[in-house]
Each structure stands twice: as C-alpha cells, then as structure tokens.
Design a protein around this ligand. Structure first.
Ligand SMILES: Nc1ncnc2c1ncn2[C@@H]1O[C@H](COP(=O)(O)OP(=O)(O)OP(=O)(O)O)[C@@H](O)[C@H]1O
Ligand SMILES: [Mg+2]
Length: 224
C-alpha cells in the first residue's frame, strides 16, 4: 500500500547539517500494525512525517499504491493525505470552544458536508466509546478522552492508514490502554497503523516493531 524507499532526510547545512534519515526503507501493507521505536533523535517522527506527507524527503521515494507521491505538489499531497491517511499527534489540538462531537465533525466542514455530518461524527464518537461525552468541551474531558476525540476526528474520513506519534505519551497506563484498544479495533477492521512509541509495553500491541538508530533502520521484530 505505502512504501518508503531509501528515504533520506537532511536538515540544515554546513555545521548545522543533520542527517535525520539515512536511506530508510519501510513497507506498510493493508492490515499492518507497526511500532517504530528508537532513542530520542533517531528519526522516528521524521519517518512518520514523511510517510504521512507532512514533510518532504531529500532523497529516495515515497509510493502510495505503487505511485510516487513524494514529488506531488502541495495541493495534491494534501488531497491524498485527506482521503487516505489519518494523523494522531501527542498533543490533541482540539478546539476548546467546541464540544466533542463538533470537534469530530470539523474535518467534514472542509469537505463540503451536507448536514449529515453531525450524525456521522456521533457514530465515530461511539466507535471510540465516548457517545456519553458528546456535548462536553475538551476542558471537561480527561487526557485519554481528549485523545479519543482526536482519534475519532482523525478517522472520520475512513482513512486506510493511521499514523500516530506517541499517542499514549501523556497518559497513565489505564488511559493508554483505552487508546490501544481503539487502535486494535481499527486494525481488526483492516486499517493499517504505524505508531511511534518509547514504551516497550505499548509497542507489544503492534504486530511488528521497527527499530531506528541514528537515522538508520537497525532491526525489525515480528510479534505473535
Ligand atoms: N526541523 C528540523 N530542523 C533541524 N533538525 C531537525 C528538525 N527536525 C528534526 N531534526 C533533527 O533530526 C533528528 C531526528 O529527529 P526526530 O524528531 O525524527 O527524532 P525522534 O526519533 O522523533 O526523537 P524523539 O523521540 O525525541 O521524539 C534529530 O537529531 C533532530 O534534532
Ligand atoms: Mg519524535
């Protein structure tokens, strides 16, 4: 489905030059659940941003269903991303003045939705187990609940690939477990997940762990 081939990412020039990714390759097929691990600064977020088209590579290729997307112009890239890829961040970026269900509904506004949006948003809130909190504002929700709202918002376009950078990073174990349960369900439905995490405990839930070090892929471990 999505393939990163020999991706190179270089930041800065001269003294400030950093090779964040040094020819990293990664294939994500339908139904994959991959955890990316490695020390701080090893290139995990950079790789995720490149998979998701949030950042450009300095060399190599990114292919979606066999077609190169790394050389698309900004508008086409945004379009691909909007249709196929969901991105879950460590910070939830919810709008504080909107209710949970309105936050989930937000992406549909840009897609020119026709009034059925709120029903659909409700359906997705239900999927993450939060229908009873639909009218709460982010400030009235716990961290894990806010993250679940953010996940519902991220997947309302039915993306086939979900990318998550430390999605349980700010949470206690119980709350993190709720998020992992949502991911497990989404993965069972056939969606692919690529998740960056520092926690071996969290990574255990993935089907495969890819380790990065100094911008290089050093190991891959299949689980279960
Ligand atoms: N915009 C940028 N400009 C310059 N260097 C950058 C930029 N973004 C990242 N880097 C550098 O690239 C390297 C990889 O960064 P990246 O954010 O991918 O690491 P990471 O593995 O996600 O680390 P962490 O676990 O701390 O989040 C780091 O050395 C970082 O300093
Ligand atoms: Mg990071």
């Amino acid at each position: 489905m999505l393939e990163v081939k020999e991706a190179l990412k270089v930041y800065g020039e001269g003294e400030a030059r950093v090779v964040a990714l040094d020819k990293v390759s990664l294939k994500v097929n339908k139904g994959d659940y991959i955890a990316i691990m490695g020390p701080s600064g090893s290139g995990k977020s950079t790789l995720l941003n490149i998979i998701g088209g949030l950042d450009r590579i300095s060399g190599g290729e990114v292919l979606l269903d066999g077609k190169r997307i790394d050389n698309l112009d900004e508008n086409s890239l945004v379009e691909v991303r909007r249709r196929r890829i969901a991105y879950v961040f460590q910070q939830y970026h919810l709008l504080p003045s909107l209710t949970a269900v309105e936050n989930v509904y937000m992406p549909l506004l840009f897609g020119g939705s026709n009034g059925q949006g709120l029903d659909k948003a409700m359906e997705f809130l239900k999927m993450v187990g939060l229908e009873k909190r639909a009218l709460h504002k982010p400030g009235q929700l716990s961290g894990g609940e806010q993250q679940r709202v953010a996940i519902a918002r991220a997947i309302i376009h039915n993306p086939s690939l979900i990318l998550a950078d430390e999605p349980t990073g700010n949470m206690d174990q119980k709350t993190g477990a709720d998020i992992l349960e949502v991911f497990a369900r989404l993965n069972e439905e056939g969606r692919s997940i690529v998740m960056v995490t520092h926690s071996p405990e969290v990574a255990r839930h993935a089907k495969e762990i890819v380790y990065l070090k100094d911008g290089r892929r050093v190991e891959r471990v299949e689980q279960k």
